[in-house]
Design a protein around this ligand. Structure first.
Ligand code: CAA
Length: 283
């Protein structure tokens, strides 16, 4: 199967990044948002990131102009009727995702592959509302999508070998490295990352060290690009809490139980960079 048209559902942080890397790889991309304000904001993010790629010498102005011309915004899922592959990167809410999957199952051509960028929800449950379980998988990108080299594939017990093969060709065409995990919450990366981030909040809450010292310790002692509290602010405290709760719900393992401070910060609206305040201030 040849992939020509790509659909991306959602033009938030992840959806806009996915649309950008697909367009840079030469695909025609349709990206859908729920209203025009969110769509324009998302398309603006694609433009900003492409401009940064030029400024950093990663692309020429000509390449960026061509990529931008391949990105088409829409408010209507029906525009995806000719897509060969759709990546859903909408809100992390199972009923919203099931609604999108059921609608796309009716709209997409029979050969099309439908993927979710979910970081923690059950891909099999999304497949259950469609008649194309063999053509459904998770394609999990990492933030920031244009820079992070990894894609995590999530293979359900329904996903066919052919779908996995096409997904690998697609990932390779984006220049990404790929790993495959079973459909359990957190897959590989978040299964390891979430307990580590929760522990960092826990030791900060216990007063073991300052936020700066916790981050410096990990940056310089383990050579990570960001300390855990900076990374929490970067990923979003609400996103992290959501993933932790989904993992705790499934495994009932205390390693995935969110520390009280994390839940309270989310309740207080301290979500990290996106809200201007998390463990640090972004004024
Ligand atoms: N397009 C293409 N390339 C770009 C770019 C763009 N828009 N913006 C920057 N780059 C390039 C730069 O030119 C640079 O390339 P070289 O290394 O070749 O010079 C590289 O990307 C790094 O750019 P910066 O210098 O601007 O950034 P940095 O060095 O300060 O690193 C960072 C920023 C990549 C975010 C780094 O801090 C990092 O890796 N942090 C950790 C991020 C992380 O862990 N992400 C995963 C989160 S978990 C997740 O996403 C999954 C989930 O389910 C929660």
């Amino acid at each position: 199967m040849e992939i020509n048209g790509i659909g991306v559902v959602g033009c938030g942080l992840m959806g806009s990044g996915i649309a950008e890397v697909c367009a840079r790889a030469g695909y025609e991309v349709v990206v859908r948002e729920v209203n025009d304000a969110l769509l324009q904001k998302g398309l603006g993010r694609v433009q900003g990131s492409l401009a940064k790629a030029v400024a950093r010498g990663k692309a020429t102005q000509g390449q960026v102009d061509e990529a931008l011309a391949r990105v088409h915004g829409t408010l209507d899922l029906a525009t995806f009727a000719k897509c060969d592959l759709v990546v859903e990167a909408a809100i992390e809410n199972m009923s919203a995702k099931k609604e999108i999957f059921a609608a796309l199952d009716d709209i997409l051509p029979p050969h099309a592959i439908l993927a979710s960028n979910t970081s923690s929800l059950c891909v099999t449950e999304m497949a259950s509302v469609t008649k194309r379980g063999d053509r459904i998988l998770g394609i999990h990108f990492f933030n920031p999508v244009p820079i992070m080299p990894l894609i995590e594939f999530v293979r359900t017990i329904l996903t066919s070998d052919e779908t996995m093969e096409i997904a690998h060709q697609f990932g390779a065409s984006l220049g990404k490295r790929m790993v495959t995990a079973k459909d359990t919450p957190g897959f590989i990366v978040n299964r390891l990352l979430i307990p580590y981030l929760l522990d960092a909040v826990g030791i900060y809450e216990d007063g073991l060290a300052t936020r700066e010292d916790i981050d410096t310790a990990v940056k310089l002692g383990l050579n990570h690009p960001m300390g855990p509290l900076t990374l929490l602010d970067f990923v979003g405290l609400d996103t992290t809490l959501f993933i932790a709760d989904a993992m705790y719900e499934e495994f009932k393992d205390p390693r995935y139980a969110a520390p009280p401070l994390l839940r309270r910060m989310v309740l207080a609206g301290h979500l990290g960079r996106k809200s201007g305040k998390g463990f640090y201030d972004y004024g």
